[in-house]
Design a binder for this molecule. Sequence first.
Ligand code: NAP
Ligand code: HSE
Length: 455
Amino acid sequence: MQQVKLGLIGGGTVGNAVYRGLLRNGDLMASRLGVRLEVVRIAVRDPRKTRETDLPAHLLTGDWKSVVHNPDVHVVVELIGGITTAKEVILAALQHGKPVVTANKALLSAHGEELFAAARANNANLYYEASVAGGIPIIKVLRESLVGNRITCLRGIVNGTCNYILTRMKLEGIDFSEALTEAQRLGYAEADPSLDIDGHDAAHKTGILASLAHGFWVQPGEVHTEGIRQITRLDIQFAARLGYTLRLLGVVKTVTPARLAPPGSRRRPVGPGIQVAVYPALVPDSHVLASVNHAFNAISVQGDIVGETLFYGRGAGGDPTASSVLSDLADAALDLKHGSHDRVPAFVPHHGGGHVVPMDAVPCRYYVRLAVLDRPGVFAKIAAVLAQARIGISSIIQPEGHDGDSVPVILMIHDAPDAKVRQALARIARLSAVKAPPVMIRVEGAEGATETRAP
Ligand code: NAP
Ligand code: HSE
């Protein structure tokens, strides 16, 4: 049987799980593919380090170049992370005409176009199923399975660490920092966990999904990014009382932007395009994304022909990610076997391209929490500011309880452009009866929902 020999660069959480997966299911894959995959070399930072892994010591080296340049290595698997050495590894392998498999979303987000160009120029391919949503085969779905659809809306829980933290804060009432420590212990978090909790990891993944769905490469700076650091248990609890669950979402939607400049202004209006953003959002409990708990990921994709689809699975951790790496290895092996490196190229721009609509002009629904003095006339003043900005309120709720001399007031706001809501809230924050900066959280997935329930 034909053998495809693999050089792993990185033998950490994912590298070790890939090696273990091949030990376990290598025979099964060989019988399915007609090609046997064999790891012949593994580069790590420090081969002398004591490690509790399945990696045989004789395969380890501290010199990744010797692996990439080894003529016995047919496919290079980059699993070290980061955007410097990892980029060198991938470019070196592609320049040798070797296909590369990577799980590195940070690198693709930052340098995807350059890496795809290198793959094309060297007649090699770059496979990256494991870069988004761990074990969920969402890259294949967008590139192959839904190729006959225009994608109108994609909403995803794509960061396992944040979903784990938000789930444990809601279900068990534990603190943010305790939940983060546990996510790190379980191997979900990035080496630098601020990539997770500040939304950057989800932004990398959402940018990749947006690029594939819409056929132009979305630059990292075009992804509006908010994390979950500022989320409090109070808002999680109020959301629960209102029938919502808080989730960090990646959102890619075709939108017609709101006109922000006054009529007659010379500022050019932005035409229809796509919203690409990551933010914490309230999702109605009846929505399927609300029931995605712990480190699970889920992505709902709407196509103009297929309608709504949902993809669910483990989004972080060694084994789920290894499952996607194994899928890419199977594709790479079959492409080598059939000499078809460009059957599914790494990225193909669509004719006509597209553009990202600035977040300011994107309409959305909002949950707003204010801390106000409990005295007559306060609601009227707040409502007057919103009415002047032509922002509609769907409900006002004043839950029981005081915080010092102020009381919480929750406003559920109809679709309004982001910039308008921010401006109105800045005015509301200046009212003497408002005692703390307003909290503003978007609401997603409530299309067609009836009036919000009062607690
Ligand atoms: P990790 O546990 O930190 O492992 C990194 C590995 O790379 C270690 O074996 C390390 O060597 C090695 N390494 C670092 N610098 C190196 C260098 N210059 N030369 C050779 N080896 C080097 O990371 P991970 O969690 O497996 O993540 C790997 C990649 O998968 C990242 O891009 C990450 O974003 C992505 N990913 C991770 C997950 C997840 O759940 N963990 C899920 C999806 C995607 P030592 O062992 O000697 O330190
Ligand atoms: N840190 C990432 C997460 C790993 O928590 O989702 C999977 O990409």
